[in-house]
Structure formats: C-alpha cells, structure tokens
Ligand binder design. Structure first.
Ligand SMILES: N[C@H](CCC[C@H](N)C(=O)O)C(=O)O
Length: 277
C-alpha cells in the first residue's frame, strides 16, 4: 500500500508521523520496522500514529512505536512536541493547547507563539510496580550490577521507564557498553531507557540516553524529564533545569512530588513523503 508520511525531528530525535485521523491506518510490526529502517525504509527513532481519541476529554490520541523493533511504547516527549506541530500545520485543529490521550494517560502540549512547544508531561511515578522495576521498596536510587560494577540508578516512570545514573562527564560515559546491558537488565521486566547525566550546575545538566528499542538517540524528551526529576530528588538540582543533549537544548521544570513535569523545546518538520509498504 502507498503511505503518505511526514518526517519530523525534535532535537535530532527523529520521527515518521502518520495521519490516522484523515485515513484509517493499521500497520503490522513488520511494516512499522520497515518504516523505521534507515536502509530499507524511511528511517526514524520512533513512528508516531495520530488518531481520533477514545478518551472523552482528549482532542487526539497518539501512539508511539520504537523504530528499531516496532514495539509500541507508552510515552515520547520529543514526539509530543512534533505531534502538536503536525496537527496544527495540517489543520487538524485550530487549538494551540491540546489534550492528548497516550497509552499512559493524558498530556497537554501547547504550541507557543515563539514556535517552541511546552508539554505538561504529567507527574512522574516512582513506585517499583509503576516503573516497572523489581525492588523491595521505592528509593531515590538503587544500586544494580551492570557488567563488572555496581551502578547507582534512579528508577523513574514518565509513562515509560527510565534508569538514570550520574556520570562525571557524558562525553566519555560508558553509553555504548552499559546502555544495552541496562536496557535489558532483568530488574526491568519491560526493559528500560538508560540515562547518563552529568551535573554541570544546579540548573544545568548534560545528558545522553540509550533508548529502549532505539539505541542512543540525539535527544530523549522523557529521558530529560526523568533525569531532572531524579537529580532534584537526589538534592543536586533546582526546580528548573536546562538540559544539554547532543541534539540541542530542552528546558525542564518540576515543582516536586505529585506535580507535573513541564518540558519546552523545538519541533521541526523536515519533509513530506510517500512510501510503498
Ligand atoms: N524509547 C522510548 C520511547 C521514545 C522516548 C523518547 N524518544 C522521548 O523523546 O521521550 C521507550 O521505549 O520508552
């Protein structure tokens, strides 16, 4: 079948975005993997499928599939910003603040006058069962065995699971070695996104994320949220933090337990295309 798509990126985290509102779309895992393949398909970190909502309070539903394995996941921060630009630029809504149904609840992105997008990502969750993470109790951090060493990680859910560690310098952090080991760690039954955070100051971090089902990406929006939240809980960060990723900057704010995480950053349309699947 011939499929029209829009290629987008948020800080270099790139997406194939599909309009499931104007047309009914149902793609198989094989077709999703083909879309995500950078050699035999379009190529992207994630595929975003925009649909009409099921939830009565939502304007849209958006589903997220990791490009490398076609697996459906609960949340995507950079994708949420691209989603807003997509529905706005395609005239699917005249609203600038949108209620969006995701697999793990409602989020509220807003298209700002300056072209950036601010997303209320909802409140982070820390209980092991909600991550999910196999642990006796909730804690700010847990020591887990990774290769030949013990690593202190903070387990956080932004709807999707994150394990964040603090490193001296992200440029020489063991992302390639430890990322896949943490992603597939037996203590994370649904796998996990592995964050490597360098504390530059109380209001600035540098971050690299080895993403579940995608490998290291140039930026990870939910990873930035999880890193800032874990840094605040460790007493290392203030409530508003500039996050320097390899793809650019995000601003993340969190006022504390039970409060939503706010993320602000860019969303860019790269090109429109058509592919025979
Ligand atoms: N790989 C993630 C989904 C995409 C998250 C990321 N691209 C973001 O911007 O939050 C997961 O499996 O949970």
């Amino acid at each position: 079948m011939k499929l029209r798509f829009t290629k987008m990126q948020g800080l270099g985290n790139d997406f194939v975005v599909l309009d499931g509102v104007s047309q009914a779309l149902a793609l198989s895992p094989i077709q999703l993997r083909q879309l995500g393949d950078r050699h035999f398909g379009v190529g992207c970190d994630q595929i975003l499928l925009v649909e009409n909502p099921h939830h009565p309070d939502a304007d849209f539903r958006y589903r997220i599939f990791n490009g490398a394995d076609g697996g459906e996941v609960e949340q995507c921060g950079n994708g949420a910003r691209c989603f807003v630009r997509f529905v706005h630029d395609r005239g699917l809504t005249g609203k600038r603040t949108i209620r969006v149904e995701t697999a793990r609840g409602l989020i509220t992105p807003r298209l700002e006058d300056n072209g950036l997008v601010t997303v209320d990502m909802g409140a982070p969750r820390f209980s092991p069962a909600e991550i999910p993470f196999i642990a006796e109790h909730e804690a700010v951090s847990h020591s887990i065995k990774v290769a030949a060493r013990m690593v202190e990680i903070s387990a956080v859910s932004m709807g999707n699971p994150h394990a964040v560690q603090v490193v001296e310098n992200v440029d020489n952090a063991p992302v390639a070695l430890e990322g896949p080991i943490i992603e597939h760690h037996p203590l994370f039954p649904e796998r996990v996104n592995a964050g490597f955070m360098q504390i530059a100051s109380r209001s600035e971090i540098r971050l690299r994320v080895y993403e579940r089902g995608a490998g290291e990406t140039l930026a990870c929006g939910t990873g930035a949220c999880a890193a800032v939240v874990s840094g605040i809980r460790r007493g290392l960060l203030d409530p508003t933090v500039q996050v320097h990723t390899r793809g650019g900057e995000l601003s993340i704010s969190w006022a504390g337990e039970g409060q939503p995480v706010l993320m602000t950053g860019p969303a860019v349309t790269v090109f429109e295309g058509e592919i025979e699947l």
